[in-house]
Design a protein around this ligand. Sequence first.
Ligand SMILES: [Zn+2]
Length: 113
Amino acid sequence: MAAARRTHRRTTTCSRCEAPIVWVTTAGRGTRLALDASPDDHGVFQVVTGGADGLIGRPLAGSDLAAAIADGTPLFIPHRRTCTANKSHNPMPDDVRAEIARALGRSIPGETS
Ligand SMILES: [Zn+2]
């Protein structure tokens, strides 16, 4: 399959839920980490080029994170936190969760608004 445009992002899909993910090397520890391929409002990883895999994920916190959000920097969330394959053992049916969320006046947990 041909990419619509050239990109250095090494996007692939999760082997368990087939969501698009991108592999990065974490700054500091240097471990490999799968991030969701799309930026997320709750993301904390800034992705920059470099490292063995071509991409480095820099976890941001505190004022660094606030500054990145203020600048509109795309921030990414670790895929393990959103992987639907991780939620297969949730005993609470979706309609029950939705009912509770409605009762509490909140959006459904796990859904981005
Ligand atoms: Zn997954």
